[in-house]
Structure formats: structure tokens, C-alpha cells
Write a protein that binds this ligand. Structure first.
Ligand SMILES: [Zn+2]
Length: 916
């Protein structure tokens, strides 16, 4: 007789039709070593498999009981041991070792016939099915407790845990295997946070960390966490802080996260208390750290404050955080509260310590539950330091070797914001905005520097607060022609946007935007908020009108640094918070000298870029700074800051450009796998022509199959992405490839064969190439305004902004040829010297004619005539009293190849002496 089947489960005593997703005992604390429990609702039955897996354990048999709490109410039904279960039914294995259904105590009141069941040959695995029709009310979910042979109890402690099987819980398959991380915005936590604006900074800081990890992200809400369908495609979830959770959703969120972690192996990156309090701030009933323990295998162990603390790397060789030195200080905190956490079932790996009063406590922990997790002991530790991107790489990519999607080909991204406060004062345009333009020309030439310039329109002509578009219009168009962006700094520069009504905000930002667009004939995408730092609500209002805004400074101790991204999950506007101090804050407000201000900027720059992968530097300054319009500023402090970043290989971009890149990054999909020294990656996008794939490996990019644009560590992507097979090694293959593209240029396409190459891009500037060894061949280029070849390094310059196609072709070198042969000579004895120009005798179809070297290859009668070359002239000197013939060959040498021109000289005897 065929074994009975329920759904996809065949009740045959074998486990091959079960998956780990069906395991009931996988959450820490719910299993017993050496046993496995599987369960699901299938074929209108609750189907179970129990395996006594270790060699020392007994076969399963009589007195084994499965307790069924079919109303999921532990207070009703039979109390196992007087306190557990609340079982309406039990399945008991009779002395014949066969399972029957009962009510009451184990085997007490017989309900029905023998259930479908099957043992494995060794009797250590049993499967059984309980048709739902046998259970009163056909329950759609049941809770279970199991004992095997009345000896082994599953779960191990009935008072703490139980198993649940739900009829309507269908665990979906993961459909998208691209690498991606979900970043969760907890509205409940934001509302209880010390500042909702700061929570938003932290949330955006995590988006920034995801861009540095190179892993595309989505932003998620608390509601998303109640639906496993919305979670299964993530490799990791980041919770900037998820202390507070709505009471009405906590069970659903816990269940979803439990499945995400244990059924799909999703990693969690968390900070501080996690799912411990409700939306009012009240501690959740029972053990508030139960959910941390279950999901992270971490619990709170202590805390206090305010204290001074030093956070240090615990073990600098740990692969989670790479690039640190032994005991390196991550940051000092003064007068702050602290918490400590530790592992529960398993010891957690300590990644960073906090040293307080000479005592060392855990600061950052790594654990493994379903996936790999990293827990930060506080939001500040998570948000202030560039640690999360590495934690993310470790959890999602296991660090090495791997690739991340980068928003630039350069080492960092630099967005410059200039608030043109003088722009609405009609008399000051010529004194400030004109000299500023001249400085920008200089910086463009020296550093390829561009930025974003935010203007005020002005609305009080009587006071001179107005824009004369006949003057300012052409000037701003010149700014734009340099590659800069013009945005709005509001209509009239209000000093505090927080007190404005929605209508006033509309006037200040939307109306000014419309005027500028109309006057300049451009799209205005963004605003720089004037005056005092603005709250979260301002951005939520302005997203109606703008694609992005740059707001108040955010940094350690003032919100959180690196606030680049979406302020909330429902925002479609990109937000940027400067992470470098305003020039005015340092000079105008703090009254620092220019030198002191430069030192502050240098320190901030070091802090912002330290231990990063493609940092974003957001630098705010004013039109009046470098133009000597206001006292205390020097042009040098600005020039030096720009030069520092330029020398560190930054890419200067406008905010309009970067906000588009962030949108494209968020939408892109990155697939990757690694096999030995080969990484296979695919990027799905239609807007990654300024992006790169950043290889995380201690080896170089040796070659990329059929792709010829990369440097040692980054593959340059074309606009439409594609498939890339990246081979790693100690040295690079000798093939013709692009090694650098101009800042801001967009690579469209590329075709090559390792020798010849054709590429197209949008932009202007220099494209650098490393050519295959020439080996006597020569290279022909097309498309560039200028080329410069130095050994195998070719530079192609494209002077004007636009779409360009460059071609490089290797060809055999054509030898020089004789263009104008030297005619035979006929002179008399003792004639004066003959001088012959060699300038036009030879030519070369593919080399520089002026570079042809000439030499005398043959003179078969030096007694008759002396031949020498002086510059480009051949000089023939006839020897005294000599006559006869001579043959002369002149050799032309061009790029190593030669041709000879031969002619004859006849010197006639003159009989003048006979008669003399
Ligand atoms: Zn301003």
C-alpha cells in the first residue's frame, strides 16, 4: 500500500520532504540536542515529524505524547504537570507503539482510530498526521508540546516555550536574490526618541552606511514588519533604533522577525534596547529582553551614567571591522549614559569595548542566530562612527572577496553647497557674485571643482532687496556653464524656517524655485535651507515642491552624522545634512581666525573620511567668504580645503547629481557570487554610468571578461549595468583598458578585444588608458581633441561637454617612403660645396615626418666627395683635383623603420692646367 500523503509530505518515516523552514525547534532554547522537530499544516492535517537524531538516543515508541492546545489558550484544557499546555487533545503512542488521539490526560479518553503514521527503519524518526476534521472546531492554529518516550521533553522547558503550527501561515519563497538590506524606520521609537529630527538623522545615517557597504537598500515601516512577504528578500535588516513598538503589532512583528531570522537566515543590525518597550514608553510585559534573546541571542547586562567613556576596537584582527589598529580608539564620549549587553545561549563575539573608570564593558557584539548579527550598545555608537557599513558587509557578504556597488569611481564624493546670501542685494552682485565666479573658474581649472549655488530672489525693491535678472541672469548662466548647479536659498532668506506656515514655506521655496526656473530657463531641483537648523516637519512640507534639500549641520552631538537619504519611509525627497561646519559658524560666529578655521575643517574632514569606503563630504560655505566681502575669511582657507579633497581623489559633484545617484543606488539590484578568485556580478539598473563595482579583496583586478574599464580595485560600470566576471590576481593582465574617466562623466558603452577599444561617454575631460604592449605596432586614436602617449599610458582629452566616442586601434607601422628623390648631380672638378635640403625628401604615412632621422648609409667614393649631414641639410664637399663618380645613399629612420634614397655624382675633369 502506498504511503499516505498530506500536501507535499509523504508519511513514510523519511525526512526528505521536510526543509529547515519546517523546523519547529530552531529558535534558541526551544530544541534539545540530538532531536529535530518538524511540523506544518498540509492536506487538511497537522503533520509532524520527530527525529531522535543522535546515535545514543532511543528509538521513538510507547509513552511518546504530543500535547495539542487547539484553542491556543493555555488556561483551558489539560494542564501537563499541572501547569503547562492547556491541551484539548493529545496523541499518545500506545504500548503497540502506534499513535491514537485522546482527550484529557495522556491516553485518557480515546477519540478515534489509529492515525496515519510511519517510522523509519531504525525507529528513530516518526511522522504522523492529525486531520483537522478530528479536532473540535477545526482549529486554524495549534500550540504543541511533545515528550518522547516520556523521557525527552520538546521544548526542553514547557514553562518557557511551545511550538506553534498555523494553517494559514504560508511561508513564501524568496524570489529576489539580489543583495539588499532593509532599513527600518520605527515611528513608535521616533516619537519616543529625544528628538524626532535626530532619529531621522540616524535613519539616514544608516542609508549612507548602506551606500558605503555597496549594498542597495529599501526603507521599511513597522507595518512592513508584520508581513513576512515583505521581508523574505532581504539579506539583512538594520534597525537604527527599535526600542519602542506598538502594542497592537508586537506579536506580529515578533513572529515575522522570528521567521525572517530562523527560516530565511536574515541578519539583524541593531542598537540599544530592542523591542523592549511599547509606543508609550512603558516596558513590555514579561521579560522585556525576551525578543532580543530570541532574535539576537543578546540581552542587556547593565548600564548607568552619566560617565566618560572610551570606545575602542576589541580585536583589530577580527574580520568584521577591517583596517583598525590594535586598541584603536573609536571615540571618546563625555557625560553620556551607557548600556552593556552580552550573549545568552552562546557567548557573543566582542567587536568593540567601552572603557569606563578603568572597567571594560562590551560595546559592539557579533552573534549568529539564523543569520549573522551585529549589536551596538547605543544608538550613538551605531550612528556616530563609520562602523555599520563594515558590519553590513560582514553580515551580507562575509567580507571577502566581494563587490559593492559604489556611486562614484573615485575615493570619495564631495558636494559643495554655497549659500549666496548677497545675491538678493542688487548692489552687491558685482562685488560678490562676479568675483566669486572668477574664483570658480580658477578652481575649475586647477581642481575640476564644481558645486551647487543657492540664490535668494529678494522681494523688497525699495530696500534694494531684488534681483536684476538682466545682470544676474547671464552671470548665473556662466556659473552653470562651468558645470555648477543653481538652486534656491528661499525668496527672502527667513532666519528661522521652523516658525513659517505651510503657505509661507510655499512662497519661500516653491515660488522662488518657479521664478529662478523661469528666469534662467532651467530645472531647479533643490534648496538650501537658510537660517537656523530646521526640524523634520520642514522637510516633510518641502518635499511637495523639491527633489532634495540641504538642511542644517548634523554631526556627533548634533543629531547624527552622515544624514544623506530619505528622512522617513514615506518621503520621496532626498535630504542632505552638511557634515562639515559652515564657514560662518567658524569665522562669523565663533570668531576663529582663518587658520584656526582651516584646522577645524581639516579635523572634520579626517573624521568624516576615516575608516570609510567612499565617504560623502558635504561642505557648506558662503559667497561672501572667499571674495573678501566679509572680514576674517581668506580665499586660501577655501582653496586649501578643495585642494585637500582633490588630492585624495574625490569626485566633485552637484547636489542635484548626487540626489539622482542616491535614487538610482536605492533602485539598483546587485547580484554576486564568488568562486575562488573569480567574482561574478550583475548590476540591474539603467542609471549607473557614473558608478563602479568596488572589489573588496586583498588582490587586484587582474582582468574582467570582455570588459575594459577598471583600475586596481574598481570596475567602471556603463549606464545600463550588466554582467561582469571579475578575475582577481597579483598583477593586472596586459590588455588595453580605461583606467580613469573624468569626474561626473557617464560611461555609456564600451567594446574591446584586449587590443583595440571603442568607448562612448557623456562628459568632458581626460580619459586615461593603459594600452597593451605595442610590440612594434602603433596605436591610432580617433575622437579626442588631443592625445598624449607615454609608453603604454595613453591620455585622451575631450574638451567640450557632450557625448563622445573614442577609438583606439593598433596597426602595423608603415615605413617611411621617399617623397622627392634627390636627383643625380653632375659638377666640375673643384666645384664649390653642394648643399641639399633633406626636409622634404622623405615622408611617413603614420608617423611624425619632422621626427624622421636622416643618416648617410653609403658613400662609395669618399676620396672624390665628402658627405655629411648638418641638421636637415646634406653637405657635399668635393675633394681637390679629384674627378670621377660616386654613389651616395641617404637613410631615413622613422619609428625604427627605414628607407634609402640613392643618387649618383659625376665630377668632370677640367683640363685647365695644360694651357696654364
Ligand atoms: Zn544664507
Amino acid at each position: 500500500m502506498a504511503a499516505p500523503t498530506y500536501g507535499n509530505i509523504t508519511v513514510d518515516g523519511g525526512l526528505t520532504d521536510w526543509t529547515t523552514r519546517d523546523r519547529l525547534d530552531i529558535v534558541p532554547g526551544t530544541g534539545v540536542s540530538g532531536y529535530e522537530v518538524y511540523g506544518k499544516y498540509a492536506g487538511n492535517a497537522y503533520v509532524l515529524a520527530i527525529k531522535s537524531a543522535s546515535s545514543s538516543s532511543d528509538p521513538i515508541g510507547a509513552d511518546t505524547t504530543v500535547w495539542l492546545d487547539t484553542d491556543q489558550n493555555a488556561n483551558t484544557g489539560y494542564q501537563v504537570f499541572g501547569f503547562a499546555g492547556g491541551a484539548e487533545y493529545n496523541v499518545n503512542f500506545f504500548t503497540d507503539s502506534k499513535p491514537y488521539l485522546y482527550t484529557g490526560a495522556a491516553g485518557e479518553n480515546y477519540v478515534t482510530e489509529l492515525l496515519d503514521y510511519a517510522y523509519s527503519n531504525d525507529g528513530k524518526t516518526v511522522e504522523l498526521a492529525i486531520p483537522v476534521s478530528l479536532l473540535n472546531g477545526s482549529p486554524q492554529a495549534v500550540n504543541l508540546l511533545i515528550d518522547v518516550n516520556n523521557k525527552v521533553f520538546l521544548p526542553g522547558d514547557y514553562s518557557l516555550n511551545k511550538y506553534t503550527i498555523s494553517a494559514n501561515k504560508i511561508l513564501p519563497e524568496r524570489t529576489d536574490f539580489s543583495k539588499q538590506v532593509g532599513i527600518v524606520y520605527s515611528e513608535s521609537t521616533a516619537n519616543q526618541f529625544f528628538s524626532k529630527t535626530a532619529y531621522s538623522h540616524l535613519f539616514m545615517g544608516m542609508q549612507y552606511q548602506a551606500t558605503m557597504a555597496g549594498i542597495p537598500f529599501d526603507v521599511l515601516t513597522e507595518s512592513d514588519l508584520t508581513d513576512i512577504n515583505k521581508i523574505v528578500n532581504y539579506d539583512a535588516l538594520i534597525f537604527p533604533s527599535f526600542r519602542n513598538v506598538p502594542l497592537s503589532k508586537v506579536d506580529a512583528i515578533e513572529n515575522t522577525l522570528e521567521d525572517a531570522v530562523y527560516k530565511y537566515g536574515v541578519s539583524l543590525i541593531t542598537s540599544g534596547d530592542f523591542l523592549s518597550n511599547d509606543e508609550t514608553g512603558a516596558v513590555l510585559p514579561g521579560d522585556p529582553y525576551r525578543r532580543m534573546k530570541e532574535l539576537l541571542d543578546v540581552t542587556r547586562t547593565g548600564g548607568g551614567g552619566p560617565v566618560n567613556s572610551t570606545v575602542k576596537i576589541h580585536d583589530y584582527t577580527n574580520p568584521v571591522f577591517q583596517g583598525y589598529t590594535s586598541n584603536e580608539v573609536i571615540r571618546n564620549y563625555n557625560g553620556t549614559y551607557y548600556s552593556t549587553f552580552g550573549g545568552v545561549a552562546n557567548q557573543a563575539t566582542v567587536l568593540a569595548d567601552q572603557v569606563i573608570d578603568g572597567q571594560t564593558y562590551n560595546a559592539v557584539l557579533a552573534t549568529t542566530t539564523g543569520g549573522k548579527n551585529v549589536h551596538f550598545s547605543s544608538e550613538a555608537l551605531m550612528g556616530d562612527n563609520n562602523l555599520v557599513w563594515q558590519a553590513l558587509r560582514w553580515t551580507v557578504l562575509d567580507n571577502k572577496p566581494s563587490v559593492g556597488l559604489n556611486m562614484s569611481r573615485n575615493a570619495s564624493i564631495f558636494i559643495s553647497r554655497n549659500d549666496m546670501d548677497q545675491s538678493m542685494y542688487v548692489d552687491e552682485v558685482s562685488r560678490v557674485e562676479v568675483p566669486l565666479y572668477n574664483t570658480l573658474v580658477e578652481w575649475k581649472n586647477n581642481y575640476n571643482f564644481v558645486g551647487s549655488y543657492y540664490i535668494n530672489v529678494g522681494n523688497n525693491p525699495a530696500q534694494g532687496e531684488v534681483t536684476d535678472w538682466s545682470v544676474s541672469g547671464p552671470l548665473y548662466r556662466n556659473y552653470i556653464a562651468l558645470g555648477n548647479e543653481i538652486g534656491t536659498h528661499s525668496y527672502t532668506h527667513p532666519e528661522d524656517t521652523n516658525i513659517l506656515t505651510p503657505a509661507q514655506l510655499e512662497f519661500q521655496f516653491n515660488q522662488s524655485q518657479l521664478v529662478i526656473e523661469q528666469q534662467l530657463g532651467i530645472d531647479v531641483l533643490g534648496a538650501a535651507i537658510p537660517g537656523a537648523p530646521e526640524g523634520l516637519s520642514i522637510g516633510q512640507e518641502l518635499q511637495k515642491y523639491l527633489s532634495y534639500i540641504s538642511g542644517g549641520y548634523a554631526g556627533v552631538g548634533a543629531g547624527y552624522p552622515g544624514a544623506f537619504g530619505y528622512q522617513t519611509p514615506d518621503s520621496n525627497m532626498v535630504y542632505f545634512a552638511p557634515n562639515i561646519a559652515f564657514d560662518f559658524s567658524l569665522i562669523g560666529f565663533q570668531k576663529l581666525t582663518a587658520q584656526q578655521a582651516e584646522a577645524v575643517w581639516a579635523q572634520e574632514y579626517a573624521d568624516v573620511t576615516r575608516h570609510t569606503s567612499q565617504a560623502i563630504i558635504h561642505w557648506p560655505w558662503h559667497d561672501y567668504g572667499p571674495t573678501s566681502f566679509e572680514p576674517g575669511y581668506t580665499k586660501e582657507m577655501f582653496t586649501n580645503f578643495i585642494a585637500r579633497a582633490y588630492n585624495d581623489n574625490t569626485e566633485f559633484v552637484t547636489l542635484a547629481d548626487l540626489q539622482q545617484r542616491i535614487r538610482s543606488f536605492e533602485k539598483a539590484k546587485l547580484f554576486e557570487s564568488v568562486n575562488g578568485d573569480t567574482i561574478t556580478a550583475r548590476v540591474d539598473s539603467t542609471d549607473v554610468g557614473k558608478f563602479s563595482l568596488d572589489v573588496n579583496s586583498n588582490q587586484l583586478i587582474k582582468s574582467v571578461n570582455n570588459w575594459y574599464a577598471y583600475d586596481g580595485t574598481k570596475v567602471f560600470l556603463p549606464k545600463n549595468g550588466g554582467d561582469f566576471t571579475i578575475n582577481l590576481g597579483a598583477t593586472q593582465d596586459d590588455v588595453t583598458h580605461i583606467t580613469a574617466l573624468p569626474m561626473r562623466s557617464e560611461l555609456l558603452s564600451l567594446n574591446g578585444d584586449g587590443t583595440n577599444l571603442e568607448f562612448s561617454f557623456v562628459g568632458d575631460g581626460k580619459v586615461a588608458l593603459d594600452l597593451k604592449a605595442l610590440n612594434g605596432l602603433k596605436v591610432v586614436t580617433e575622437g579626442a581633441d588631443k592625445t598624449n602617449l607615454n609608453g603604454e599610458i595613453l591620455e585622451m582629452s575631450f574638451n567640450t561637454y557632450g557625448q563622445h566616442t573614442g577609438r583606439i586601434r593598433f596597426t602595423t607601422d608603415s615605413p617611411p617612403t621617399v617623397a622627392n628623390a634627390i636627383a643625380d648631380l653632375n659638377v666640375n672638378e673643384d666645384a664649390p660645396n653642394t648643399v641639399i635640403s633633406l626636409a622634404n625628401v622623405f615622408t611617413d604615412p603614420d608617423d611624425d615626418v619632422s621626427a624622421i632621422a636622416k643618416s648617410i648609409e653609403l658613400n662609395n667614393n669618399p676620396n672624390l666627395v665628402n658627405a655629411r649631414i648638418d641638421g636637415n641639410n646634406l653637405i657635399l664637399a668635393y675633394q681637390p683635383d679629384q674627378f670621377g663618380t660616386a654613389q651616395i645613399s641617404i637613410r631615413a629612420t622613422s619609428n625604427g623603420k627605414t628607407v634609402d634614397d640613392t643618387f649618383n655624382i659625376t665630377v668632370n675633369k677640367v683640363f685647365n692646367r695644360i694651357y696654364g
